[in-house]
Ligand binder design. Structure first.
Ligand code: ADP
Ligand code: MG
Length: 232
């Protein structure tokens, strides 16, 4: 406490509190998301084993590893929307199951909402979360309370919007999204699944967090972290 972040996290050498949400941020976010999804691969597999078919961690790790391989193998895309579009296309072509198309749609809608902006301002930072959420809702038809990733994306979009309207800087908007997604994922635990594979379990789906809501929180936490803000 008390020290500027740059002094507390020198080893990472990249975190500055007022980092603009530019192409560098988008690239740090996606590489960071790949790393954290890799670290949590077993957790996501375990959660999906409890209420699904135990492949969610494998699916996302494979998809984001493919994204990183593409980033390593080509000239870095720019602006931020191009980074997100590469993610969308790669996830759609490499991740099967429910999550691939849903996350693919989310990243594609987020990219579209950014247009050709070089730097994402607070309003756009909130709008891209809402666009992603709306894309997932349009594709998967889940509502809040159905125990899906929508239960993380919806509060994330609401909190990001509220933070932007209250005058938060762009990293603060990302932090609001991440915190709300985390709380939303935790809150899926007692719910009974009404969409996706977990719904086949009926009442037996209660008592475990939804894997897609947890991976959503991890991905949105990586976005905040790439902007210099650590969230739970
Ligand atoms: P699959 O269910 O095909 O094995 P994954 O295991 O990769 O695919 O993803 C499961 C996650 O997908 C769930 O935890 C849930 O969050 C999400 N999901 C499934 N169906 C829907 C839907 N209709 N709308 C939103 N999210 C969904
Ligand atoms: Mg699964």
């Amino acid at each position: 406490m008390g020290l500027p972040r740059a002094h507390r996290r020198p080893a990472l050498g990249r975190l500055i509190v007022a980092d603009p949400l530019d192409t560098g941020w988008a690239l740090r976010w996606i590489r960071g998301a790949a790393e954290v999804l890799g670290e949590n691969r077993a957790l996501l597999i375990d959660l999906d084993r409890l209420i699904g078919d135990a492949d969610h961690g494998e699916n996302l790790d494979r998809g984001f590893s493919a994204v990183v391989a593409k980033l390593d193998g080509t000239e870095a895309p720019a602006p931020p929307a191009a980074v997100l579009k590469l993610v969308a296309m790669t996830l759609m072509s490499t991740v099967g199951g429910a999550a691939g198309p849903l996350y693919g749609t989310a990243f594609l809608r987020a990219a579209t909402s950014l247009g050709d902006a070089e730097v994402v301002d607070a309003e756009a930072a909130a709008a891209m979360v809402l666009a992603a959420r709306d894309g997932i809702a349009a594709r998967g038809k889940a509502e809040v309370g159905d125990k899906t990733m929508i239960d993380a994306w919806t509060p994330a979009a609401e909190s990001a919007g509220a933070a932007a309207r209250a005058g938060a800087p762009p990293p603060g908007v990302r932090a609001a999204a991440a915190n709300a997604a985390h709380a939303g994922a935790v809150a899926t635990e007692p719910l009974i699944a009404r969409k996706g594979r977990a719904s086949y379990l009926g009442e037996r789906s209660a008592g475990h967090q939804d894997p897609g809501a947890v991976s959503t929180a991890l991905i949105l936490q990586a976005a905040a972290s790439a902007a210099g803000i650590d969230t739970p």
